[in-house]
Ligand binder design. Structure first.
Ligand code: GLN
Length: 564
């Protein structure tokens, strides 16, 4: 493997040298409890900094030992988000991208697995020859090098670094130590440390308690860090005297102790933090910057969102990871933004695909009430027959359908089974026992993929260009012929079926020019039945809905108005 100069431990001095760009760093840690919304807070702070005309980049430091989140299933970790350059990342990267309307890179997602891999590879190559390889300085230097590299490559004014997990976690300690070192190396006016903690409510005494927050700050201090700002999460308003108390006990200036209640929408958080608590001014004090954000885009966004609340449009999301709230996060957000764009609120019904496999399931009634159906991505054969049944229903009843990756593959398999009158047609992925003849695979391994391949990072990942054919629904959506979209899959449409399916009205409306592989398919004569081999949801932004989702929502609204 070719060694990157930056990975060199010989560059110890290098690794700590300043980027020369006067980049500031905002560090975000969490305490007391997980799932407080640290990612939303980080994303919101980024949005405010961007509104203050700062160039922003994000980095999430995840202390787990997986090299990336691509090998975790959604039950473990929620959605796997994918960047243009093909990194499989934590879903917080998706929040960051959506909040600042910018595309991030693999430099945004650093895990302990990656860091240790670098250190151990260096050790094997003899880079530390003669020395003892240690957490400090070798691991901490590697972490700092990643933070410096993020600053350098992004040329950001401000890099927002969120530490995954909760202070006190064994695996997070080395990341906090790296941050401690970086803060002291950079000196004053270059960093701001925000600590988010939870203020629980005791039902019996009807009191909010600040002690867990105080203890989490003590825990932070054990790492040699002292937060500059506290975000106090609570599920109700925190009285002034408790905020005073947090300020006193945690050693944080009173105007930098900011209550963080649960708001109506996550997109209200930037406005709340800036308009109610002037967070840019407070942070600017620690960063040596005078920041005056223009929040008008967010105000406009809130206005549109509020206006849309009165008009509901029911949309079905047919999947199998439904018990995990965040498994389809980007899909959910993309549907929501597309509906708001058309002045509606998407009433998203999560429909369990496995249940749809029984014709008598009451979920069919729910599905029939929906104005549009989305079948998202997925892996493995569980629940696929139910998803195909939903696709068939959409096709035969003229209900708008958007299939994303697996949802597109299933739409084509179902179509092929029907028009070619062969119920055994399938995807190679579902023929686990390998009993079928390969001629039955409507969807099969893409070139270069095979069973024996390692599982981590070996899918078709990241951005690929696609040529959109004129005169198609896809072209109507995008309004241009060259697009770039993000992928994450192992299987492809089998082009041996192409001519046969075209004869029956399947349109191959988007093609990967270099290989001729199908990227977008649609059903001719249907109000909107489109499947994408890629994941458009990763590029949808709250104030800029993705064209494919916007077109789908438009078709769903038309059908809804037509009484479907
Ligand atoms: N399991 C399918 C594949 O690997 C689809 C993947 C997905 O939906 N992201 O091709």
């Amino acid at each position: 493997m070719k060694r990157r100069a930056e990975d060199s431990p010989a560059g110890r001095e290098n690794s700590c040298e300043k980027s020369g760009l006067e980049t500031r760093f905002i560090f975000i840690t969490g305490g007391v409890s997980s799932s407080l919304g640290k990612g939303i807070a980080a994303a919101s702070i980024g949005a405010i900094m961007k509104a203050a005309r700062q160039r922003v980049f994000f980095q999430k430091l995840d202390p787990y030992l997986n090299v990336d989140s691509g090998t975790m299933n959604p039950f473990q970790h929620g959605e796997v988000f994918v960047t243009d350059d093909g990194a499989e990342t934590d879903l917080d990267i998706g929040h960051y991208e959506r909040f600042v309307n910018e595309s991030l890179t693999r430099m945004s997602s650093i895990t302990a697995g990656q860091v240790f891999r670098t250190v151990l590879d260096n050790e094997r190559r003899g880079e530390y020859l003669g020395g003892t390889v240690q957490y400090i300085p070798h691991v901490t230097d590697t972490i700092k090098e990643r933070m410096h590299r993020a600053a350098k490559e992004s040329k950001a004014d401000i890099v927002i670094v969120e530490v995954g997990g909760t202070v006190g976690d064994i695996e997070g300690a080395v990341f906090l130590e790296a941050i401690r070192q970086l803060r002291s190396e950079l000196g004053p006016n270059r960093t701001c440390h925000v600590h988010m903690g939870f203020v629980p409510h005791m039902e019996a005494s009807d009191e909010l308690k600040t002690k867990p927050m105080q203890h989490s700050v003590i825990k932070v201090r054990e790492s040699g860090l002292q937060p500059d700002m506290i975000l106090a999460r609570a599920d109700r308003a925190i009285p002034m005297e408790l905020l005073d108390k947090i300020s006193l006990f945690c050693g944080v200036r009173r105007d930098a102790v900011i209550p963080a209640p649960t708001l109506h929408s996550i997109y209200d958080v930037p406005l709340y933090l800036e308009q109610e608590h002037h967070i840019a001014e407070v942070m600017g004090r620690y960063l040596g910057l005078t920041l005056a954000p223009d929040m008008s885009e967010w105000e406009e966004g809130r206005r549109l969102h509020e206006e849309a609340q009165e008009h509901l449009i029911p949309i079905a999301l047919v999947g199998k990871y439904l018990h995990v709230k965040d498994a389809y996060l980007s899909v959910y957000e993309a549907i929501r933004s597309a509906a708001v764009h058309h002045n509606h609120k998407a009433d998203i019904m999560l429909i369990d695909s496995e249940e749809l496999e029984s014709a008598g399931s009451p979920l069919w009634e729910d599905l029939k009430r929906c104005a549009g159906i989305v079948v998202p991505g997925g892996f493995g054969s569980r629940g696929v027959e139910g998803k195909m049944a939903a696709a068939r229903f959409a096709r035969t009843q003229g209900v708008p359908y958007l299939g994303l990756c697996l949802g597109a593959q299933l739409m084509v398999i179902d179509f092929a089974r029907d028009v070619l009158k062969d119920g055994t047609l399938t995807s190679q992925e579902f023929d686990e026992k390998k009993i079928l003849d390969p001629s039955k695979y409507v969807v099969h391994f893409l070139p270069g993929q095979h069973e024996g391949k390692e599982k981590g990072g070996t899918l078709r990942l990241g951005a690929y260009t696609c040529a959109v054919q004129a005169g198609t629904k896809a072209f109507e959506a995008y309004g241009r012929s060259e697009i770039s979209e993000r992928h994450r899959h192992r299987y492809e449409f089998n082009n041996d079926f192409r001519v046969r399916l075209e004869k029956h009205g399947l349109v191959f409306s988007g093609i990967w020019p270099e290989t001729g592989l199908a990227e977008i398919v649609e059903v001719e004569g249907h109000p909107f039945m489109v499947g994408t081999q890629f994941h458009p949801e990763f590029k949808s932004r709250p104030h800029h809905p993705h064209p494919m989702f916007a077109k789908f929502a438009e078709a769903a609204l038309a059908c809804h108005a037509g009484g479907l």
